[in-house]
Design a protein. Structure first.
Length: 164
């Protein structure tokens, strides 16, 4: 019988390889978590992304847009948005950047809500105006039909068609 060839590799080699692969997989998993969560955390703490002043300016632009869409200045959403912008300015002046950023985001959300309300009310006004025009047109058509029924038996001066 033939003798198997002698194994020259160390018996610990498989354990070293397995340990290396485990470490690499843990390192890859950790890198994935850092890449997924890292930017969100950095943006949350204000280290990346728009500055506080940029956020406040965005909220002010949203307020002006809401006004241009016809939002009433005394509407609850507009009042709330203005209060949040003022709070954001005050907090930014005090150095509370994260709280100011959150207040500016709330102000922008309220201003967007005011824009939506203004657009909806404008759409409703247009629908009401269109319905009113349709109703008036129908009534004018009815009057014309009534006039056409009454006027064939009358002479021109009695119909009012004569010159004055």
């Amino acid at each position: 019988m033939k003798k198997p060839p002698e194994e020259r590799r160390s018996p610990d080699r498989e354990r070293h390889t397995l340990r290396l692969l485990r470490r690499l997989s843990v390192l890859a998993l950790a890198a994935t978590v850092v890449l997924l969560v890292g930017p969100r955390l950095l943006a949350f703490f204000g280290l990346i992304g728009p500055s506080v002043q940029d956020r406040i300016a965005e909220a002010e632009r949203a307020l002006r847009a809401a006004e241009s869409y016809g939002a009433r200045p005394d509407s609850p959403a507009m009042l709330s948005a203005r209060q949040e912008v003022e709070a954001a300015r005050r907090l930014a002046g005090q150095g509370s950047d994260r709280a100011a950023r959150h207040a500016a985001q709330r102000a922008q959300a309220r201003a967007t809500e005011a824009q939506a309300t203004a657009l909806v009310s404008e759409g409703l006004s247009e629908q009401k105006a269109h319905a009113l025009v349709q109703d008036l047109d129908r009534e004018v058509n009815e009057l014309e039909n009534l006039y056409a029924k009454v006027s064939p038996g009358l002479d021109r001066p009695a119909r009012g068609g004569g010159r004055r």
